[in-house]
Design a protein around this ligand. Sequence first.
Ligand code: FDA
Length: 513
Amino acid sequence: SVQLHDGFVQCLASQNSSSISDIIYTPENSSYLSILQSSAQNLRSTSISSSEPAFILTPCVESQIQAAIYCAKKLGIQIRVRSGGHDYEGLSYISRIPFVLVDLRNLSSISVDTENYAAWVQAGATLGELYHRVAEKSRRLAVVGGTCHTVGVGGHFSGGGYSMMSRKFGMAVDHIIDAKIIDVNGQILDRKSMGEDLFWAIRGGGGASFGIIVAWKISLVSVPENVTIFNVTKTMDQNAIELVHKWQYIADKIDPNLAIRLEFNAVSSPQDGNRTIRASFVALFLGGVDDLLYLMQQSFREMGLVKEDCSEMSWIESTLFFALFPRDESIDVLLSRTPVYRLYFKGKSDFVRHPISVNGLKGMLERILEDDSTNAHRSLQFSPYGGRLSEILESATSFPHRGGNVYIIHYWAAWSREHNNAENTREMKWIRRLYKHMAPYVSKSPRAAYLNYRDLDLGVNNIDGITSYEKASIWGTKYFKQNFDRLMEVKTMVDPGDFFKNEQSIPPLSGGT
Ligand code: FDA
């Protein structure tokens, strides 16, 4: 590895005039570990010690990325790219074979063009930074993107990007209007020079299979000066199941300005201390409280929403609410890149195309209490479809989950005790059992899954060999449905030697070289 290191450093130096010593870290460097761990969101992945990078590069300019690609290819070493580090399986920062980690934290500039409702954002910026920079220009401008402020735009935008505004405006990928990517030959390409096939592929197909995305140009959306939020909770003995059942019939049909998301957790009942399930109805309405109350009265009276449940605020303040910050938090907290929670976790996803019966819902939710432990946090989240999200064609971008879905389920198990194998085993078993149990209730052939909730249980490539179409399509058709074939064609065109590779990267049609 000393030889590899020296070879790599020499190669980089020969490629690049700007100083590289400031941007390269080996395990011997005192800051190597802190940089590696700083944005590693899932501790479950970092506990596999044999899979740490041989070096970390934190490029400040594009030419350093070009040099890294050139040298990694020359020395036969793999590259993993990390923007925000929120990959559910840690694919951006761990690998079982030797690799260089290209961490884009230093490429995070954002320039907002209010006149044209657009912004260029470098891939290493976080959603929080992007939201903040846009909102400081105008209270009426917003970005379509996810709820966690430390998520990176590099991974998030390339995998889809579900937002509380998706019913109104579609996914984050639907707002990408240009991009800059460095390909396997070290060429810097924009939309025009990469062509529409590659531009289509990186809007939903994940960036990691195709090159290193340096920046996105996105269109901004306009929102009212005040939006309204609420979080109404009901436990099982407060009729939660019936309400959830009804929610399934309105969530995707109600006015697209309103998204009501459901979250389920285990809590101790205030009455008897027994563990019970709590359903939280968490919502964003792009409008004022009076219009919201009228809408709810028309469509979801059963919930009994009252004015006191609701708060009006600016869109940027609502992002703090969805990122779970207290009400009095300053919006500057969005600029912090440090993940608020550091957890061991496993996530999975499903798409629901037909409302589930009351008994079906009961059977699912009761499982949250199965073999329950207060050391773990289990949650189910239902995010509504409908509106714009369901109108866009499945083939418009490579993100395929569109019309016909009522909601997406996110399953989650997290635990925080360090290296506790008992917890790890129990929670992994729990989430896999629940997933198996859910098969009759969710989408089939394929049983669809959302790439940004990456799940290696769905299937993996042969990481140090060729992966056949048959093998890759096991997981590939779940994430991409019929778009998977076109993604493989694009991959074959832009990276036939399969240099940009991971456990769930799109393989080229030839199966690699
Ligand atoms: P990370 O850096 O780990 O990258 C993810 C993948 O993209 C890896 O394969 C990586 O190699 C690749 N990649 C990253 N940058 C790249 C680049 N510049 N060029 C090429 N490839 C690149 N999703 C959602 O839709 N809505 C939501 O509200 C949330 N909320 C949320 C909360 C929390 C706490 C977590 C942990 C995750 C979410 N997500 C989410 C999921 C999130 O969208 C998903 O994990 C993204 O891929 C994360 O992008 P990062 O850049 O942070 O990840």
